[in-house]
Design a protein around this ligand. Structure first.
Ligand SMILES: [Zn+2]
Ligand SMILES: [Zn+2]
Length: 276
């Protein structure tokens, strides 16, 4: 019986793409859901456009779900753009906890970040009129305990800052690091953070060649993600945050090349489920 089911609802970085050549890997921006077998609690990482369909699915199939946690890696558009379209937030019986975790945070005022996004000039419904009860939780510590395990974070090099997360329980070690740019060498501290993960989900927006001209954009290459998986001795690697210019054919070739180097790896596809 799986302890945790993880699902990708958006795998694209930057901007959503709607195109016939993007159906396999998907066009929605970053959103991942996680739930345990009993479905006592659903956790969501980031609210890119993929969160819209997830919200509809939750309302239809799990009407008794009364609280939802959404954790954010950071607040760039591609990670918050679906938030105003998250149907559970319009339910007055719902309680939604919005969370960030980590030292040296550059983010302040979680409420204001979302309220700003939903000002009348941008969107017809104000944050405080959506209907649900929001709890905005900002932890300065890099580690928090939850029932059955720990969650820790690492500050990442990304314009404006972002965080990687590690979820560890008796049964599994899951690390998610998207929107991260490495230097010429990968920091040992970063390798340590990913060490021994059963599953590492890592940014891989560019090829190594593309990365040469994209320094400062805040992202990684396939080769860097593979190097981290190898050095940190992770069991499985899933790469995500696909560039909006990379269509299905491009990504299929990239995936094949990556698998030639690291067997248990794949590129994330929208809808892909992983049971841990
Ligand atoms: Zn992003
Ligand atoms: Zn970003």
């Amino acid at each position: 019986m799986p302890k945790l089911t993880l699902q990708f609802h958006g795998t694209r970085g930057g901007v959503p793409v709607c195109d016939l050549n993007y159906l396999e890997f998907g066009g929605n921006t970053t959103c991942i859901s996680m739930y345990n077998h009993e479905r006592e609690r659903i956790g969501i990482l980031d609210a890119g456009t993929g969160i819209r369909a997830l919200g509809k699915h939750l309302c239809k199939n799990y009407p008794d779900q009364r609280d939802i946690f959404i954790t954010f890696t950071h607040f760039h558009w591609d990670h918050i753009q679906g938030f105003p379209f998250f149907e559970p937030a319009y339910d007055s019986e719902m309680e939604i906890h919005i969370l960030t975790l980590g030292v040296k945070r550059k983010f302040t005022g979680l409420h204001d970040i979302f309220a700003a996004q939903m000002q009348e000039v941008y969107f017809p419904v104000a944050l405080d009129n959506m209907g649900c009860k929001f709890n905005f939780l900002e932890y300065n510590d890099i580690t928090a305990l939850f029932q059955g395990g720990t969650i820790s974070s690492i500050p990442q090099n990304h314009p404006g800052g972002s965080f990687g997360y590690r979820l560890e329980t008796e049964d599994f070690r899951l690390v998610i690091c998207t929107d991260v740019e490495h230097g010429d060498e990968i920091d040992e501290e970063f390798i340590e953070f990913c060490k021994g993960a059963d599953l590492l989900i890592h940014d891989a927006q560019f090829t190594s060649e593309e990365l040469q001209n994209r320094r400062g954009w805040g992202h990684s290459s396939y080769d860097q993600a593979l190097e981290i998986a190898e050095r940190a001795e992770v069991s499985q690697l899933i790469m995500t945050h696909h560039d909006p210019d990379h269509d299905d054919a491009f990504l299929r070739t990239a995936e094949k090349n990556c698998q030639d180097r690291f067997k248990d790896c794949a590129l994330a596809r929208e809808g892909m489920k992983i049971e841990m």
